[in-house]
Design a protein around this ligand. Structure first.
Ligand code: ZN
Length: 298
């Protein structure tokens, strides 16, 4: 499953080709992915211009000139590739394992005429857990997929004061609170583990203890807000990563084993200078948490 940095990397790869482009033609090669496509999907997209290429949590959002938004979720194995006229295919996003190029799994083809010239943008998804829909922009925030989603872990809206408001009084372990999509949208297991290690915080600590009685963020929460943003922005810069691809790694694109400090490093030495303790794995709510018991006592 792609994590948020990977989806953001895909968005950045698609933006120069899709933003401002006219959808000349759309090929929809099956009736459904994880869910059925909306009625008249191809006809409703044909002739529309894409005005903006955005993202909310792990959803890609292509705003259209008729007030609708093409919403796309990559599911487990979805990917896009760009085929400019007369050039070799490009896949936006650096994936840990090569994405499928088997054209039997090409389900949607956007024929575009845009600022970057004519191009095809192809959605490929072997397992078909991805999905697309067309939703009105002015009702997007109230749609079940988006209603109640927390703040984005990218950008400065995630700051200590905002987190203090959201964590105050919470008795859930910090790990569970950080994975709660109603608090922070799109933050996954890998980056939660990394941020807690960096901020030297125990994943077992009740989340509300990072907030004072009067509702102010403690110094530890100020540190955590900075570290959550940092691990996400560094991962975006590195081209994203994905749990599934990590498991299937063939070693050819191994940059991010070195990029993680604790995630999936059980039994290895904590990389913090002067620590020397061993990374441990514990299970919380059925999911692995990787931590350094010496660094993460607070
Ligand atoms: Zn350590």
């Amino acid at each position: 499953m792609p994590e948020l940095p990977e989806v953001e990397t895909v968005r950045r790869g698609l933006q120069p080709v899709m933003e401002g482009a006219l959808i000349v033609r759309l090929e929809q090669r099956r009736a459904d992915l994880r869910f059925p496509f909306p009625p008249d999907f191809a006809a409703r997209l044909t002739g529309r211009r894409i005005t903006a290429m955005g993202r909310r949590a792990k959803y890609l959002l292509a705003d259209l000139d008729d007030g609708m938004v093409l919403v796309c979720h990559l599911g487990m194995s979805g990917s896009f590739r760009i085929e400019p006229d007369g050039e070799e295919a490009l896949s936006p996003g650096v994936f840990h394992h090569p994405r499928s190029k088997d054209d039997r799994h090409d389900h949607v083809v956007f024929h575009l005429d845009g600022p970057a010239g004519r191009a095809r943008v192809i959605y490929n998804d072997p397992r078909r857990f991805g999905y697309m829909d067309l939703l009105p922009r002015d009702a997007l925030a109230e749609h079940p997929w988006f209603r109640g989603l927390g703040i984005e872990p990218t950008g400065n809206s995630l700051d200590a004061d905002e987190l203090a408001r959201r964590l105050a009084g919470k008795t859930a372990p910090l790990k569970a609170a950080l994975l709660d999509q109603r608090i922070i949208a799109g933050l996954g297991n890998i980056y939660v583990c990394e941020a807690m290690w960096r901020a030297r915080l125990s994943p077992l600590k009740p989340a509300g203890r990072l907030v004072t009685k009067s509702g102010q963020p403690r110094v530890s929460l100020q540190r955590l807000a900075v570290d959550v943003r940092a691990v996400i922005s560094e991962a975006i810069a590195a081209g994203g990563s994905s749990l599934r691809d990590h498991i299937q790694t063939d070693g050819t694109l191994g940059y991010f084993q070195h990029g993680f400090s604790v995630y999936d490093r059980e039994g290895k030495t904590c990389p913090r200078p002067g620590c020397g303790d061993t990374v441990r794995r514990v299970v919380q709510s059925g999911r692995s948490t990787f931590l350094c018991p010496r660094c993460q006592k607070e």
